[in-house]
Design a protein around this ligand. Structure first.
Ligand code: ZN
Length: 386
């Protein structure tokens, strides 16, 4: 078990994370995503009894590694290797400072990939028959449709439980995620010369009125800032109410003296149970003025992740502090597993500045997270190997 000697594991995790950060595995670089998969395969190839398959959907690859003869692992480790785009040249580099690894994707989630790879290698060496799998997708940042959604819905992958270290924190295990509704609000009017507005109907102004109605309706969900439920920016558990943001505003008009006949906005609604995406869409519909309609782009219902009590116990055992169940405003790939009833464990090492060039992951917490997973896997899977 020399590989688990803490200083050696620490060095391996740092090295592998930094190697992964160097690769510009963004949405527009399929070649770099392929290179990232190759680097990961180089580390997995030597694991005894592990069968690696590369799957593909819409140009996005997925790596699925399962022990020979096992189709439905008892535990599946799941992550993504795609990272967000930075246009500044030389962004994809890393530094180690103050006990953290800094660099694009360090915390979302190349540091976690390194941990998962080391877990697979560790268990592959001591008990290769363990029912433990690994899935790595490459489209999470654009929605997961060709990654985890494909894997679960089309490929038919199931698992006893999925560990996805892409949300929460070391002691924060996500229990609920808000639902998502992306929709277009589309206004039609009648184009006219702007000097004679009475001859037309201004689609942009119609749109503005409807967006204002939507704004006011969603503002009423905000808790009283002086009340007991006031929002604390540091605590997501105080953000548990529906929100709506206008994210894109567009018109095809490019002339300063023409009243636009068409205009549209994109809105991003996040909502909590018992609301459904259908109810949110109906709510928006009821707030629109004449000549304005709403069209759904994508929707996902709020998700309860069903975290396992044993994982919470082990988190406390390793960190010396209790695990907290947290509610998340954002969605994760976990929802696709939940639709098939697979419980999801969503916590991770301490990370920060996600999607920034100075994104980071704390090294000590990587070791703690590794140890939490190692003990959990040993206890959940241990029985069958003895
Ligand atoms: Zn992520």
């Amino acid at each position: 078990m020399a590989d688990l000697e803490p200083s050696r594991l620490r060095e391996r995790l740092i090295q592998l994370t930094r190697d992964l950060v160097l690769i510009e595995s963004t949405d527009d670089r399929a070649d770099e995503r392929a290179r990232c998969f190759q680097l990961i395969r180089n580390h997995l190839d030597e694991v005894p009894g592990l069968e690696i398959q590369m799957l593909e959907k819409n140009g996005y690859e997925t790596l699925l590694a399962l022990p020979r003869g096992i189709e439905t692992p008892q535990v599946l480790l799941c992550g993504h290797l795609d990272v967000v785009k930075h246009i500044v040249p030389g962004s994809y580099q890393s530094t180690v400072e103050d006990g953290r690894i800094y660099g694009p994707g360090a915390g979302d989630m190349k540091g976690q990939l390194a941990i998962m790879i080391e877990l697979i290698r560790h268990f592959g060496r001591i008990s290769p028959d363990l029912s433990l799998g690994l899935a790595i997708t490459s489209d999470e940042e654009r929605g997961g449709e060709s990654g985890v959604k494909f894997l679960v819905e089309e490929y038919g992958l199931r698992a006893g439980v999925a560990i996805i270290p892409d949300g929460g924190s070391l002691n924060d295990v996500t229990v609920e995620e808000k639902g998502i509704l992306h929709a277009k609000v589309i206004a039609s009017g009648e184009a006219a010369h702007a000097a004679r507005p009475w001859l037309g109907a201004n689609a942009l102004e119609r749109l503005m009125v409807s967006l204002q109605n939507i704004r006011e309706a969603f503002d009423s969900f905000y808790p009283d800032p002086d009340g007991p439920d006031a929002v604390d920016p540091e605590d997501t558990n105080t953000h548990w109410f529906p929100t709506c943001s206008v994210t894109i505003l567009a018109t095809s008009n490019d002339s300063p003296n023409r009243i636009p006949g068409e205009a549209e906005a994109t809105i991003d609604i996040r909502f909590i149970p018992p609301f459904t995406s259908g109810e949110m869409l109906a709510k928006v519909e009821g707030l629109l003025s004449d000549g304005v309609r709403v069209e759904k782009i994508v929707a996902a219902e709020p998700t309860h992740l069903d975290p396992k009590p044993l994982f919470l116990e082990i988190t406390e055992e390793v960190t010396g502090a209790p695990a907290r169940l947290v509610k998340a405003c954002g969605g994760s790939d976990g929802r696709f597993f939940r639709e098939e009833g697979v419980p999801v464990l969503l916590s991770r090492p301490r990370v920060g500045n996600l999607h920034g060039r100075d994104e980071w992951i704390e090294i000590d917490s990587m070791l703690s997270y590794f140890e939490i997973c190692r003990r959990y896997l040993e206890r959940v899977l241990g029985e069958e190997t003895r």
